[in-house]
Design a protein around this ligand. Structure first.
Ligand code: PPS
Length: 309
């Protein structure tokens, strides 16, 4: 049971009921992630799989238009960082309700805040990307340190200072990019549904290990027949090196105008892209505390995150 009518996400106030009542179509494709888990990456892969690898076609449409975040386009109230979605490239008056099918719709929202029809429309496809929570924590830290000043919040003194907030989804973290859900609630909900025929559960680490293999499996799930050379072309275009050079994937406008960072150097959307980068950031004490929490989180579950590959 959710009693919130609005929640804070990236400094924007989100009308939960409006999202829960959103009219879903049976051919919608939902890309769901906990933040910093590979959303930007999947937003590049899915449109290419759907259009048979036509890179020129996807380059004509900004990523947040071809695969918009439902929480940013369906909710009316954006007092905190009013106007930031302008930099997503969304045209004036953009209406997700009238976009042509099949729509690719993205969300970080926790399961109970999503449109209730996701559960009902059995043909609908759900792609869930999970990432090991230590790398998620580090990636989130880099992001919140850039977003906190935008909503007049104090920066964290250090990663160690931030980590407890990440683990509890409390205080600063919750109001910046989370909606109050913790990593395990988000990931385990979808892990537990992974065998449902309309759910494709993949990890950042699997994609990193074998992107072409993941693209190929995803194409089967999306009922698209792709030749090996097209799969390779998609994997090349979506490699970290290629996306790091791609201004649209890096969200140049958003970086420059909202986050005030140099996108080539410091875009938090395509930053380091590593598995195991956490090792250079976690102290021994951070790691011990994290491992204790992680063991509790996963009690009774058969999910295992890959902290290195
Ligand atoms: S967001 O803000 O929630 O949408 O962020 P999200 O896109 O989910 O996650 C950002 C992290 O994904 C990395 N990334 C990639 N890694 C490997 N290959 C490719 N192609 C790629 N594209 C994005 C990005 O660098 C962020 O991770 P970190 O660890 O911060 O580098």
């Amino acid at each position: 049971m959710v009693d919130a009518e609005t929640i804070e996400n990236s400094g924007m106030s989100i009308d939960v009921d409006k999202i829960r009542n959103f009219e879903v179509r049976s051919d919608d494709i939902f890309v769901l992630t906990y933040p910093k888990s590979g959303t930007t990456w999947m937003k590049e892969v899915v449109p290419l799989v759907m259009n048979g690898g036509d890179i020129d076609a996807i380059n004509k449409v900004p990523p947040d238009v071809r695969a918009p975040y439902i929480e940013f386009v369906i909710s009316p109230n954006q007092p905190g960082m009013s106007g930031v979605t302008t930099y997503f490239g969304l045209p004036e008056g953009f209406d997700l309700n009238t976009q042509p099918s099949p729509r690719i719709i993205v969300s970080h929202l926790r399961p109970e805040f999503l449109p209730t029809q996701i559960e009902e429309k059995v043909a609908l496809k759900v792609i869930y990307v999970a990432r090991n929570p230590k790398d998620v924590a580090v990636s989130t830290f880099h992001f919140v340190q850039k977003e906190l000043p935008l909503i007049n919040k104090k920066l964290y003194d250090s990663f160690s200072d931030f980590l407890p907030d990440f683990m509890n989804a409390s205080n600063g973290t919750q109001t910046v990019i989370h909606d109050g859900s913790t990593w395990p609630k988000h990931v385990l909900t979808w892990w537990n549904k992974r065998l449902e025929p309309n759910v494709f559960f993949v990890t950042f680490e699997e994609m990193k290990r074998d992107l072409a293999g993941s693209v190929s499996k995803l194409a089967k799930f999306l009922e698209k027949e792709l030749d090996d050379d097209v799969v390779k072309k998609i994997a090349d275009h979506c490699s970290f090196e290629s996306m790091k050079k791609n201004p649209a994937a890096r969200k140049n406008d958003y970086c420059v105008n909202v986050l005030k960072v140099d996108p080539a150097e410091a875009s938090p959307f395509v930053r380091k892209g590593k598995v195991g980068g956490w090792k250079a950031v976690f102290s021994m004490a951070d790691n011990e505390k994290f491992d204790q929490g992680y063991t509790e989180w996963l009690k009774g579950s058969d999910f295992h995150a890959e902290f290195e590959i």
